[in-house]
Design a protein around this ligand. Structure first.
Ligand SMILES: *Cc1c(COP(=O)(O)O)cnc(C)c1O
Length: 376
């Protein structure tokens, strides 16, 4: 029996257990402590640009806090890229806000500047200025940062940069998560590095970090007893898990390189097949290639490939189903042109873990080739 190949599995570097042991040895088994501070420091060093990082319990929590910090409340409209994972949009509804979904462009698969501006103008015409724009670097590919920032600045709307899949990606040599009013990161088990579960809020504004930590630790006012003038959350990262994060940050660059090598290997072995299309990097865009994705001409062939891989115990996954097609968001306003729907129909994420061996990738490639050749 051949071993199972996962889509994207955790890949420890070696030092994680030492930092976790440190937490045990010093009895810092709490949602604060030396590992939390050191993990934040290591991310701040990595991102540079004097950004501040607050380590949290998840990326979803980070988006929730980001929206709250930007003043989103009941009845507010928030523009969100429709082609994404549901965690980008769910927190809008936690605050009673209403998502307005905007489609992607074909070059990066991320939020379309044209449709974004159309959505903003429409909201303004209806007398309601959107409170924020959630743009996503999907699969690690940066969105069109300059174009999106220009529109956001023109209408004075803050951008929440969902960088959950893009730690290690860069745009014009600057790291993703540092381009918006607030950036967010995820360290969930399947992301490029992981703390098993975790996230972070990134901001250039130290005050925003302080406010995020305040809200994430039950919003305790400064008093000897427990005094509260705000509703708070329990969203801080555990010091035990932050130990895993410290070890993972030491190997982040290796992880990015391995994932980029996976993509290049798939491409060099499959690009000669005219039916298969890859997402290229525009000039100045550098993706961490969190997941290697391909487009196939038809849904039927896409499914044939997915099922043939499954038969061999290989996990692959259709591209994200756009939020405007999700039953739970069926009543939301949308600005779409069919782009994300087509990507969803035709796209497949291939096994992309940084711990995959060449033999694993070869197994995937052989199955894809077999299906496509058989199909002719
Ligand atoms: C994973 C992910 C999130 C949420 O992060 P969690 O840490 O799992 O809560 C948000 N947005 C995108 C695009 C993601 O892929």
């Amino acid at each position: 029996m051949k071993t199972k190949i996962w889509l994207s599995s955790p890949h420890m570097g070696g030092n994680e257990q030492n930092y976790v042991q440190e937490a045990f040895d010093t009895n810092w088994i709490a949602p604060l402590g030396p590992n939390v501070n050191a993990f934040e420091d290591s991310i701040e060093d990595y991102l540079g640009n004097s950004v501040k990082v607050a380590a949290l319990s998840s990326g979803t929590a980070a988006i929730h806090l980001a929206l709250e910090l930007l003043g989103v409340s009941h009845g507010d409209e928030v523009i969100c890229q429709t082609f994404t994972f549901s965690a980008s949009a769910n927190p809008i509804t936690y605050l009673g806000g209403r998502p307005v979904f905007v489609d992607s462009e074909r070059e990066t698969w991320n939020i379309s500047p044209e449709l974004l501006e159309k959505a903003i103008l429409d909201c303004l015409a209806n007398g309601k200025k959107p409170k924020a724009i959630i743009a996503v670097h999907l699969y690690g590919m940066p969105y069109k940062v300059d174009e999106i920032n220009e529109i956001a600045a023109k209408y004075n709307i803050p951008v929440i940069e969902d960088s959950a899949e893009a730690l290690g990606s860069t745009y014009m040599n600057n790291p993703c998560s540092t381009f918006g009013a607030i950036g967010i990161l995820s360290f969930n088990g399947n992301k490029i590095i992981t703390t098993s579960g975790g996230g972070a809020l990134v901001s250039e504004n130290e005050d925003l970090k302080k406010k995020a930590v305040f809200l994430a630790t039950q919003a305790r006012d400064n008093a000897p007893h427990y005094e509260h003038s705000h509703i708070g959350y329990n969203y801080r990262m555990s010091n035990v898990l932050a130990g895993i994060g410290r070890g993972q940050m030491e190997v982040l660059e290796d992880r990015v390189n391995s994932r980029r090598c996976n993509f290049d290997y798939y491409k060099s072995n499959l690009a000669h097949i005219s039916e298969i299309e890859f997402l290229e990097e525009p000039d100045g865009f550098r993706s961490n290639r969190w997941l290697s994705c391909i487009l196939i001409p038809s849904f039927n062939v896409r499914e044939k490939i997915r099922l043939a891989l499954l038969e061999e115990d290989i996990e692959s996954r259709p591209l994200w189903k756009p939020m405007h097609l999700q039953p739970v968001f069926k009543d939301c306003k949308i600005y779409v042109d069919g782009t994300s729907e087509e990507l969803f129909q035709r796209g497949l994420c291939l096994p992309s873990g940084s711990n995959l061996q060449k033999e694993d990738l070869d197994r995937v490639i052989q199955i894809i080739l077999k299906v496509l050749i058989h199909d002719k």
